[in-house]
Design a protein around this ligand. Structure first.
Ligand code: ACO
Length: 408
Protein backbone atom coordinates (compact mmCIF):
# COMPACT_ATOMS: atom_id res chain seq x y z
CA UNK A 1 0.00 0.00 0.00
CA UNK A 2 1.20 3.46 -0.75
CA UNK A 3 1.32 5.55 2.38
CA UNK A 4 -0.39 8.18 0.27
CA UNK A 5 -3.53 6.10 0.78
CA UNK A 6 -3.55 6.94 4.47
CA UNK A 7 -5.58 10.05 3.84
CA UNK A 8 -7.25 11.88 6.69
CA UNK A 9 -10.08 14.01 5.36
CA UNK A 10 -10.06 17.74 5.93
CA UNK A 11 -13.14 19.89 6.25
CA UNK A 12 -12.73 23.23 4.55
CA UNK A 13 -15.02 25.92 5.89
CA UNK A 14 -15.50 28.90 3.63
CA UNK A 15 -16.36 32.32 5.03
CA UNK A 16 -18.30 34.78 2.92
CA UNK A 17 -16.60 38.24 2.72
CA UNK A 18 -19.94 39.87 3.68
CA UNK A 19 -20.01 37.96 6.96
CA UNK A 20 -16.39 38.72 7.77
CA UNK A 21 -15.83 41.19 10.58
CA UNK A 22 -13.01 42.28 12.79
CA UNK A 23 -12.06 39.55 15.25
CA UNK A 24 -13.84 39.81 18.58
CA UNK A 25 -11.71 40.16 21.68
CA UNK A 26 -10.82 36.67 22.95
CA UNK A 27 -13.13 35.39 25.67
CA UNK A 28 -11.64 35.53 29.15
CA UNK A 29 -9.90 32.22 29.82
CA UNK A 30 -11.41 30.02 32.52
CA UNK A 31 -9.77 27.33 34.60
CA UNK A 32 -10.82 23.75 33.76
CA UNK A 33 -8.82 21.51 36.07
CA UNK A 34 -7.94 18.24 34.31
CA UNK A 35 -9.43 19.75 31.09
CA UNK A 36 -12.49 17.52 31.64
CA UNK A 37 -14.81 20.11 30.07
CA UNK A 38 -12.47 21.31 27.36
CA UNK A 39 -12.73 20.21 23.74
CA UNK A 40 -9.15 20.45 22.48
CA UNK A 41 -9.18 18.71 19.08
CA UNK A 42 -11.29 17.68 16.12
CA UNK A 43 -11.23 13.99 15.26
CA UNK A 44 -12.92 11.69 12.79
CA UNK A 45 -11.54 8.53 14.38
CA UNK A 46 -13.47 7.52 17.51
CA UNK A 47 -16.76 8.64 19.01
CA UNK A 48 -17.67 7.96 22.64
CA UNK A 49 -21.05 8.30 24.37
CA UNK A 50 -20.18 7.43 27.95
CA UNK A 51 -23.77 7.60 29.23
CA UNK A 52 -25.06 5.09 26.69
CA UNK A 53 -21.90 2.97 26.61
CA UNK A 54 -21.15 3.60 22.93
CA UNK A 55 -17.76 3.57 21.22
CA UNK A 56 -17.50 3.83 17.44
CA UNK A 57 -14.47 3.91 15.17
CA UNK A 58 -15.37 6.07 12.15
CA UNK A 59 -19.04 5.43 12.93
CA UNK A 60 -18.78 1.64 13.25
CA UNK A 61 -19.75 0.15 16.62
CA UNK A 62 -16.72 -1.28 18.48
CA UNK A 63 -18.50 -4.55 19.27
CA UNK A 64 -19.15 -5.11 15.55
CA UNK A 65 -15.50 -4.44 14.79
CA UNK A 66 -14.28 -6.75 17.57
CA UNK A 67 -16.47 -9.58 16.25
CA UNK A 68 -15.77 -9.10 12.53
CA UNK A 69 -12.67 -7.03 11.82
CA UNK A 70 -8.93 -7.52 12.22
CA UNK A 71 -6.37 -5.16 13.76
CA UNK A 72 -4.89 -4.33 10.36
CA UNK A 73 -8.33 -3.55 8.92
CA UNK A 74 -9.03 -1.37 11.98
CA UNK A 75 -5.75 0.50 11.45
CA UNK A 76 -6.77 1.13 7.84
CA UNK A 77 -10.20 2.31 8.98
CA UNK A 78 -8.77 4.71 11.56
CA UNK A 79 -6.17 6.14 9.20
CA UNK A 80 -8.33 6.39 6.08
CA UNK A 81 -11.82 6.89 7.54
CA UNK A 82 -13.21 4.05 5.43
CA UNK A 83 -13.11 0.26 5.33
CA UNK A 84 -10.53 -1.04 2.84
CA UNK A 85 -11.16 -3.12 -0.25
CA UNK A 86 -9.30 -6.43 -0.25
CA UNK A 87 -6.54 -4.93 -2.40
CA UNK A 88 -6.19 -1.93 -0.08
CA UNK A 89 -6.03 -4.15 3.00
CA UNK A 90 -3.48 -6.48 1.39
CA UNK A 91 -1.37 -3.46 0.47
CA UNK A 92 -1.42 -2.13 4.05
CA UNK A 93 -0.52 -5.57 5.45
CA UNK A 94 2.42 -5.89 3.06
CA UNK A 95 3.63 -2.38 3.87
CA UNK A 96 3.50 -3.15 7.61
CA UNK A 97 5.16 -6.57 7.20
CA UNK A 98 8.00 -4.96 5.23
CA UNK A 99 8.68 -2.77 8.29
CA UNK A 100 8.47 -5.42 11.08
CA UNK A 101 12.26 -5.84 11.39
CA UNK A 102 14.32 -3.53 13.61
CA UNK A 103 17.96 -2.52 13.04
CA UNK A 104 20.72 -4.74 14.51
CA UNK A 105 21.81 -1.75 16.58
CA UNK A 106 18.43 -1.84 18.33
CA UNK A 107 18.84 -5.56 19.13
CA UNK A 108 22.27 -4.65 20.58
CA UNK A 109 20.66 -1.89 22.61
CA UNK A 110 18.07 -4.31 24.02
CA UNK A 111 20.94 -6.62 25.04
CA UNK A 112 22.43 -3.75 27.05
CA UNK A 113 19.24 -3.21 29.10
CA UNK A 114 19.10 -4.44 32.72
CA UNK A 115 17.02 -7.62 32.88
CA UNK A 116 14.91 -6.13 35.65
CA UNK A 117 14.11 -2.96 33.68
CA UNK A 118 10.48 -1.85 33.89
CA UNK A 119 9.06 -2.86 30.48
CA UNK A 120 7.49 0.56 29.82
CA UNK A 121 10.87 2.24 30.51
CA UNK A 122 12.40 -0.13 27.97
CA UNK A 123 9.66 0.49 25.40
CA UNK A 124 9.81 4.29 25.78
CA UNK A 125 13.58 4.24 25.28
CA UNK A 126 13.40 1.90 22.28
CA UNK A 127 10.66 3.86 20.50
CA UNK A 128 12.81 6.94 20.87
CA UNK A 129 15.94 5.10 19.68
CA UNK A 130 14.22 3.97 16.46
CA UNK A 131 14.52 7.57 15.23
CA UNK A 132 18.33 7.31 15.36
CA UNK A 133 18.20 4.66 12.63
CA UNK A 134 15.55 6.24 10.40
CA UNK A 135 17.01 8.67 7.88
CA UNK A 136 13.42 9.77 7.22
CA UNK A 137 12.81 10.86 10.84
CA UNK A 138 12.89 14.59 10.27
CA UNK A 139 10.55 17.01 11.99
CA UNK A 140 7.01 17.33 10.74
CA UNK A 141 5.65 19.82 8.26
CA UNK A 142 2.03 20.53 7.49
CA UNK A 143 2.53 20.56 3.72
CA UNK A 144 1.66 17.42 1.70
CA UNK A 145 5.27 16.16 1.70
CA UNK A 146 5.51 16.59 5.48
CA UNK A 147 2.23 14.74 6.03
CA UNK A 148 3.46 11.89 3.81
CA UNK A 149 6.64 11.68 5.87
CA UNK A 150 4.58 11.50 9.08
CA UNK A 151 2.56 8.66 7.53
CA UNK A 152 5.72 6.75 6.62
CA UNK A 153 7.02 7.18 10.17
CA UNK A 154 3.62 5.98 11.51
CA UNK A 155 3.75 2.81 9.44
CA UNK A 156 7.22 2.00 10.79
CA UNK A 157 6.25 2.70 14.40
CA UNK A 158 3.15 0.48 14.27
CA UNK A 159 5.09 -2.30 12.52
CA UNK A 160 8.21 -2.26 14.73
CA UNK A 161 6.66 -1.80 18.20
CA UNK A 162 5.68 -5.51 18.54
CA UNK A 163 9.26 -6.52 17.67
CA UNK A 164 10.62 -4.19 20.37
CA UNK A 165 8.28 -5.49 23.09
CA UNK A 166 8.59 -9.21 22.30
CA UNK A 167 12.37 -9.13 22.03
CA UNK A 168 12.82 -7.05 25.17
CA UNK A 169 10.81 -9.74 26.97
CA UNK A 170 12.98 -12.50 25.47
CA UNK A 171 16.14 -10.65 26.52
CA UNK A 172 15.01 -10.30 30.14
CA UNK A 173 13.99 -13.96 30.19
CA UNK A 174 17.46 -14.98 29.00
CA UNK A 175 16.14 -16.25 25.66
CA UNK A 176 17.57 -15.71 22.18
CA UNK A 177 15.91 -13.08 20.02
CA UNK A 178 13.24 -14.22 17.56
CA UNK A 179 13.15 -12.18 14.36
CA UNK A 180 9.76 -11.14 13.02
CA UNK A 181 8.06 -13.36 10.44
CA UNK A 182 6.89 -11.22 7.56
CA UNK A 183 4.32 -13.79 6.45
CA UNK A 184 2.26 -13.29 9.62
CA UNK A 185 -0.23 -10.67 10.72
CA UNK A 186 0.67 -8.39 13.63
CA UNK A 187 -1.02 -10.45 16.38
CA UNK A 188 0.33 -13.82 15.19
CA UNK A 189 3.80 -12.43 14.61
CA UNK A 190 3.90 -10.84 18.07
CA UNK A 191 3.02 -14.12 19.82
CA UNK A 192 5.48 -15.96 17.58
CA UNK A 193 8.32 -13.65 18.62
CA UNK A 194 7.26 -13.60 22.29
CA UNK A 195 6.90 -17.34 22.77
CA UNK A 196 9.17 -18.68 20.02
CA UNK A 197 6.36 -20.85 18.66
CA UNK A 198 3.45 -20.20 16.34
CA UNK A 199 0.29 -19.47 18.35
CA UNK A 200 -2.96 -21.36 17.77
CA UNK A 201 -5.51 -19.52 15.65
CA UNK A 202 -7.63 -18.96 18.78
CA UNK A 203 -4.73 -17.32 20.62
CA UNK A 204 -3.85 -15.06 17.69
CA UNK A 205 -7.53 -14.15 17.38
CA UNK A 206 -7.70 -13.32 21.10
CA UNK A 207 -4.80 -10.90 20.84
CA UNK A 208 -6.19 -9.43 17.63
CA UNK A 209 -9.47 -8.64 19.41
CA UNK A 210 -7.61 -6.91 22.26
CA UNK A 211 -5.64 -4.86 19.73
CA UNK A 212 -8.85 -3.73 17.99
CA UNK A 213 -10.48 -2.77 21.31
CA UNK A 214 -7.52 -0.67 22.50
CA UNK A 215 -6.63 1.03 19.20
CA UNK A 216 -8.26 4.41 19.81
CA UNK A 217 -10.29 6.17 22.47
CA UNK A 218 -10.87 9.86 21.86
CA UNK A 219 -8.61 12.43 23.45
CA UNK A 220 -7.31 10.30 26.32
CA UNK A 221 -4.21 11.52 28.20
CA UNK A 222 -1.56 9.81 26.03
CA UNK A 223 -3.28 10.78 22.77
CA UNK A 224 -3.51 14.37 23.94
CA UNK A 225 0.18 14.30 24.92
CA UNK A 226 1.09 12.94 21.47
CA UNK A 227 -0.93 15.70 19.79
CA UNK A 228 0.76 18.37 21.92
CA UNK A 229 4.17 17.09 20.82
CA UNK A 230 3.38 16.80 17.11
CA UNK A 231 1.69 20.23 17.16
CA UNK A 232 5.15 21.73 17.77
CA UNK A 233 6.08 20.12 14.41
CA UNK A 234 8.34 17.63 16.11
CA UNK A 235 8.62 14.15 14.50
CA UNK A 236 6.41 11.09 15.05
CA UNK A 237 9.10 9.24 17.07
CA UNK A 238 9.14 12.11 19.56
CA UNK A 239 5.34 12.18 19.70
CA UNK A 240 5.14 8.41 20.28
CA UNK A 241 7.85 8.59 22.97
CA UNK A 242 5.73 11.23 24.73
CA UNK A 243 2.66 9.01 24.40
CA UNK A 244 4.35 5.89 25.78
CA UNK A 245 5.62 7.90 28.76
CA UNK A 246 2.13 9.25 29.42
CA UNK A 247 0.45 5.85 29.08
CA UNK A 248 2.81 4.41 31.69
CA UNK A 249 1.10 6.17 34.59
CA UNK A 250 -1.12 4.00 36.83
CA UNK A 251 -4.03 6.41 36.36
CA UNK A 252 -3.99 5.65 32.64
CA UNK A 253 -2.51 2.49 31.15
CA UNK A 254 -1.56 0.50 34.21
CA UNK A 255 -4.99 -0.77 35.39
CA UNK A 256 -5.00 -4.13 33.56
CA UNK A 257 -1.81 -5.12 35.37
CA UNK A 258 -3.53 -4.23 38.65
CA UNK A 259 -6.50 -6.50 37.76
CA UNK A 260 -4.18 -9.48 37.27
CA UNK A 261 -2.36 -8.70 40.52
CA UNK A 262 -5.76 -8.66 42.28
CA UNK A 263 -6.79 -12.02 40.75
CA UNK A 264 -3.48 -13.52 41.90
CA UNK A 265 -3.95 -12.05 45.37
CA UNK A 266 -7.46 -13.51 45.71
CA UNK A 267 -6.24 -16.90 44.52
CA UNK A 268 -9.49 -18.91 44.50
CA UNK A 269 -13.20 -18.44 43.90
CA UNK A 270 -13.99 -19.25 47.55
CA UNK A 271 -12.05 -16.17 48.64
CA UNK A 272 -13.69 -13.72 46.19
CA UNK A 273 -16.65 -12.69 48.36
CA UNK A 274 -14.63 -11.78 51.46
CA UNK A 275 -11.96 -10.01 49.42
CA UNK A 276 -14.29 -7.89 47.29
CA UNK A 277 -16.86 -7.13 49.99
CA UNK A 278 -14.04 -6.20 52.37
CA UNK A 279 -12.61 -3.78 49.83
CA UNK A 280 -15.99 -2.23 49.15
CA UNK A 281 -16.66 -1.81 52.87
CA UNK A 282 -13.30 -0.09 53.26
CA UNK A 283 -14.24 2.10 50.25
CA UNK A 284 -11.24 0.83 48.29
CA UNK A 285 -11.26 0.66 44.51
CA UNK A 286 -11.78 -2.62 42.69
CA UNK A 287 -9.41 -2.46 39.74
CA UNK A 288 -10.96 -2.90 36.30
CA UNK A 289 -14.21 -1.19 37.28
CA UNK A 290 -15.41 2.34 36.66
CA UNK A 291 -14.43 4.81 33.99
CA UNK A 292 -14.23 8.59 33.78
CA UNK A 293 -16.33 8.61 30.60
CA UNK A 294 -18.44 5.40 30.70
CA UNK A 295 -21.21 5.33 33.24
CA UNK A 296 -22.68 2.22 31.56
CA UNK A 297 -21.07 -1.14 30.61
CA UNK A 298 -17.84 -0.33 28.76
CA UNK A 299 -18.69 -1.40 25.19
CA UNK A 300 -15.17 -2.79 24.81
CA UNK A 301 -15.78 -5.21 27.67
CA UNK A 302 -18.91 -6.86 26.22
CA UNK A 303 -17.34 -9.14 23.60
CA UNK A 304 -14.09 -9.40 25.51
CA UNK A 305 -15.98 -11.06 28.37
CA UNK A 306 -17.35 -13.74 26.02
CA UNK A 307 -13.95 -14.20 24.47
CA UNK A 308 -12.14 -14.31 27.83
CA UNK A 309 -14.36 -17.23 28.84
CA UNK A 310 -13.53 -19.13 25.67
CA UNK A 311 -9.77 -18.59 25.86
CA UNK A 312 -9.74 -19.33 29.61
CA UNK A 313 -11.50 -22.64 28.92
CA UNK A 314 -9.17 -23.50 26.03
CA UNK A 315 -6.04 -22.80 28.05
CA UNK A 316 -7.10 -24.44 31.34
CA UNK A 317 -7.63 -21.09 33.12
CA UNK A 318 -11.40 -21.21 33.60
CA UNK A 319 -10.78 -20.57 37.30
CA UNK A 320 -9.62 -17.03 36.45
CA UNK A 321 -12.73 -16.33 34.39
CA UNK A 322 -15.02 -17.70 37.09
CA UNK A 323 -13.33 -15.54 39.71
CA UNK A 324 -13.72 -12.50 37.45
CA UNK A 325 -17.37 -13.22 36.86
CA UNK A 326 -17.97 -13.57 40.60
CA UNK A 327 -16.18 -10.26 41.25
CA UNK A 328 -18.31 -8.59 38.57
CA UNK A 329 -21.52 -9.90 40.21
CA UNK A 330 -20.60 -8.49 43.62
CA UNK A 331 -19.41 -5.11 42.31
CA UNK A 332 -22.47 -4.66 40.09
CA UNK A 333 -24.84 -5.49 42.97
CA UNK A 334 -23.13 -2.82 45.07
CA UNK A 335 -22.19 -0.19 42.51
CA UNK A 336 -24.15 -0.43 39.25
CA UNK A 337 -26.54 2.29 40.44
CA UNK A 338 -23.49 4.59 40.65
CA UNK A 339 -22.48 3.81 37.09
CA UNK A 340 -19.64 1.47 38.06
CA UNK A 341 -19.30 -1.38 35.52
CA UNK A 342 -16.38 -3.48 34.28
CA UNK A 343 -14.08 -1.53 31.96
CA UNK A 344 -11.97 -2.89 29.09
CA UNK A 345 -9.12 -3.70 31.46
CA UNK A 346 -11.12 -6.15 33.56
CA UNK A 347 -11.43 -8.99 31.04
CA UNK A 348 -8.34 -8.06 29.03
CA UNK A 349 -6.28 -9.10 32.09
CA UNK A 350 -7.61 -12.69 31.92
CA UNK A 351 -7.25 -12.71 28.13
CA UNK A 352 -3.62 -11.52 28.16
CA UNK A 353 -2.74 -13.97 30.94
CA UNK A 354 -4.24 -16.87 28.96
CA UNK A 355 -2.16 -15.80 25.95
CA UNK A 356 1.00 -16.33 28.01
CA UNK A 357 1.75 -12.61 28.36
CA UNK A 358 3.43 -11.69 31.64
CA UNK A 359 1.51 -9.29 33.88
CA UNK A 360 4.14 -6.54 33.78
CA UNK A 361 3.94 -6.53 29.99
CA UNK A 362 0.22 -5.65 29.90
CA UNK A 363 0.75 -1.87 29.62
CA UNK A 364 3.19 -2.45 26.75
CA UNK A 365 0.40 -4.41 25.03
CA UNK A 366 -1.83 -1.39 25.40
CA UNK A 367 0.89 0.77 23.79
CA UNK A 368 1.35 -1.76 20.97
CA UNK A 369 -2.29 -1.34 20.01
CA UNK A 370 -2.76 2.37 20.79
CA UNK A 371 0.27 3.26 18.63
CA UNK A 372 -2.10 3.24 15.64
CA UNK A 373 -4.54 5.60 17.35
CA UNK A 374 -1.75 7.91 18.50
CA UNK A 375 -0.29 8.08 14.98
CA UNK A 376 -3.72 8.68 13.42
CA UNK A 377 -4.37 11.56 15.83
CA UNK A 378 -0.98 13.10 15.08
CA UNK A 379 -1.68 13.01 11.35
CA UNK A 380 -5.08 14.65 12.01
CA UNK A 381 -3.27 17.30 14.06
CA UNK A 382 -0.81 18.02 11.24
CA UNK A 383 -3.65 18.27 8.70
CA UNK A 384 -5.11 21.20 10.64
CA UNK A 385 -2.36 22.26 12.99
CA UNK A 386 -2.14 24.92 15.60
CA UNK A 387 0.39 24.94 18.43
CA UNK A 388 -1.33 23.66 21.58
CA UNK A 389 -0.47 26.11 24.27
CA UNK A 390 -2.96 26.58 27.14
CA UNK A 391 -2.45 29.05 29.94
CA UNK A 392 -1.65 28.58 33.60
CA UNK A 393 -3.51 30.42 36.34
CA UNK A 394 -0.81 32.25 38.25
CA UNK A 395 -1.37 32.00 42.00
CA UNK A 396 1.90 33.54 43.18
CA UNK A 397 2.84 37.01 44.45
CA UNK A 398 3.39 40.16 42.35
CA UNK A 399 5.87 43.02 42.75
CA UNK A 400 7.98 40.92 45.08
CA UNK A 401 11.30 42.30 46.29
CA UNK A 402 14.58 40.77 45.16
CA UNK A 403 16.42 40.33 48.45
CA UNK A 404 20.20 40.16 48.20
CA UNK A 405 21.63 36.79 49.23
CA UNK A 406 22.97 38.09 52.57
CA UNK A 407 19.49 39.23 53.64
CA UNK A 408 17.60 35.97 52.95
N1 ACO B 1 -14.28 0.28 42.65
C1 ACO B 1 -15.11 0.67 43.64
N2 ACO B 1 -15.70 1.86 43.67
C2 ACO B 1 -15.47 2.68 42.65
C3 ACO B 1 -14.63 2.34 41.57
C4 ACO B 1 -14.03 1.08 41.61
N3 ACO B 1 -13.21 0.67 40.65
N4 ACO B 1 -14.57 3.37 40.72
C5 ACO B 1 -15.33 4.33 41.22
N5 ACO B 1 -15.88 3.92 42.39
C6 ACO B 1 -16.77 4.67 43.26
C7 ACO B 1 -16.05 5.92 43.79
O1 ACO B 1 -15.35 5.62 44.96
C8 ACO B 1 -17.21 6.85 43.98
O2 ACO B 1 -17.87 6.47 45.17
P1 ACO B 1 -18.50 7.59 46.15
O3 ACO B 1 -19.55 8.28 45.35
O4 ACO B 1 -19.03 6.79 47.29
O5 ACO B 1 -17.36 8.49 46.52
C9 ACO B 1 -18.14 6.50 42.83
O6 ACO B 1 -17.84 5.16 42.49
C10 ACO B 1 -17.98 7.39 41.62
O7 ACO B 1 -16.65 7.28 41.14
P2 ACO B 1 -15.76 8.51 40.65
O8 ACO B 1 -14.65 8.70 41.61
O9 ACO B 1 -16.62 9.70 40.35
O10 ACO B 1 -15.20 7.97 39.30
P3 ACO B 1 -14.12 8.73 38.41
O11 ACO B 1 -14.77 9.01 37.12
O12 ACO B 1 -13.49 9.89 39.09
O13 ACO B 1 -12.97 7.64 38.29
C11 ACO B 1 -11.72 5.82 37.51
C12 ACO B 1 -12.86 6.79 37.22
C13 ACO B 1 -10.43 6.62 37.82
C14 ACO B 1 -11.46 4.96 36.28
C15 ACO B 1 -12.10 4.97 38.72
O14 ACO B 1 -13.33 4.32 38.46
C16 ACO B 1 -11.02 3.97 39.08
O15 ACO B 1 -10.03 4.34 39.73
N6 ACO B 1 -11.19 2.69 38.68
C17 ACO B 1 -10.21 1.65 38.98
C18 ACO B 1 -9.01 1.77 38.05
C19 ACO B 1 -9.30 1.29 36.64
O16 ACO B 1 -9.86 0.23 36.43
N7 ACO B 1 -8.87 2.13 35.67
C20 ACO B 1 -9.01 1.77 34.26
C21 ACO B 1 -9.92 2.68 33.55
S1 ACO B 1 -10.17 2.11 31.86
C22 ACO B 1 -8.78 2.56 31.02
O17 ACO B 1 -8.01 3.39 31.42
C23 ACO B 1 -8.49 1.84 29.74
Amino acid sequence: MSVAQIQPQVTITTVSPTTMSTPAAPAAPFYDKGLANTVAADTQMSFIDGGKGVLEYVGIDIDTLARNSTYEETVYLLWNRKLPTKAELDALKSALQAEYEIPDAIYDMIKSFPKDAVPMHALRTLVSALALHDKDAESSETNPAGIERAKRQSLRLVAKTPTLIANFDRHRSGKAFVRPDKSMDIATNFLWMLNGEKPTDAMAKGLDICLILHADHGLNASTFAARVTIATLSDMYSAMTTAVGTLKGPLHGGANEEVMIMLDEIGSIEKVDDYVKGKLERKELIMGFGHRVYKAYDPRATYLKTFAKQIATDTGNLRLFEMSQRIEGIVLAAKADKGIFPNVDFYSATTYHCLGIKTDLFTCMFALSRMSGWCGHCIEQLMDNRLIRPQAKYNGPHAATYAPMAQR
